[in-house]
Design a protein around this ligand. Structure first.
Ligand code: ADP
Length: 209
């Protein structure tokens, strides 16, 4: 987050004089306590300062990047997952390609009659199947998909950073978010490279730090 000049000054004062009361910080800046209140609230919420009742403000000693790391480690898959686009195993390659265009996604998840995961279809899987094939209406996707148990998945309670690491390690574009059920792994969401890119931008622009 971008700190204002005044907020930078407050941090310097607290670094040099902490613990120090809001009243005394205000005195050093020739401002009233009321004027300073929003700045102190922001700096405390962002983690630069710590406030103890009847003692005053401390400098936490955390740098912007340390605070960013702390924030990142709190983000969960649950809060960022988007709706999964799924197809059944007997759908044709032609229909899967149509679904990919209509839904504007790059990865489809293949499920059985219980909405449980059986496979994944990426753009390249469908391209590969299309090369030289005359009738894409007759090839069911279960013939060409990447199938269980070789599919990388995540759960809603997982950290987003761990899901991002899986995308990198496995060199894939998306992960299904799954819930374990008696029938198998039910697909309840998806995390993609787009999800991670959005979070990256949001962290910088939305004063999340
Ligand atoms: P693209 O085909 O557009 O490069 P990916 O990099 O996501 O897209 O896919 C590469 C291969 O990995 C494909 O064969 C695909 O079926 C497979 N794949 C995609 N997602 C997963 C996943 N979550 N787990 C295992 N394999 C996957």
């Amino acid at each position: 987050m971008e700190l204002s000049n005044r907020q930078e000054k407050i941090i310097e004062i607290v670094k040099d004089n902490g613990p120090i009361t809001g009243e005394n910080i205000a005195g050093k800046l020739d401002l009233t306590r009321a004027t300073l209140r929003p700045d102190l609230a922001i700096l405390t919420m962002a983690g630069f300062l710590d406030a103890r009742p009847r003692v005053g403000y401390f400098y936490t000693g955390k740098t912007g990047s340390e605070l960013l790391t702390e924030k990142l480690k709190k983000l969960k898959v649950h809060d960022y997952k988007s709706i999964p686009i799924v197809v059944k195993e007997d759908v044709s390659v032609y229909d899967a390609i149509s679904t990919m265009f209509l839904e504007d996604v790059g990865t489809l998840f293949v499920v059985d009659e219980n909405s449980c995961l059986t496979g994944v279809l990426s753009r390249k899987d469908l391209l590969r199947a299309s090369i030289g094939q005359k009738d894409l209406n007759t090839i069911p996707v279960h013939i060409i998909m990447t199938r269980m148990p070789n599919i990388a998945v995540c759960k809603k309670a997982d950290l987003l950073i761990d899901a991002a690491k899986k995308l990198i390690d496995r060199q894939i574009d998306g992960l299904p978010v799954i819930k374990e059920t008696d029938h198998g792994l039910e697909v309840i969401g998806r995390i993609t490279k787009t999800t991670i890119t959005k979070v990256f931008v949001e962290l910088i622009t939305d004063n999340h730090v």
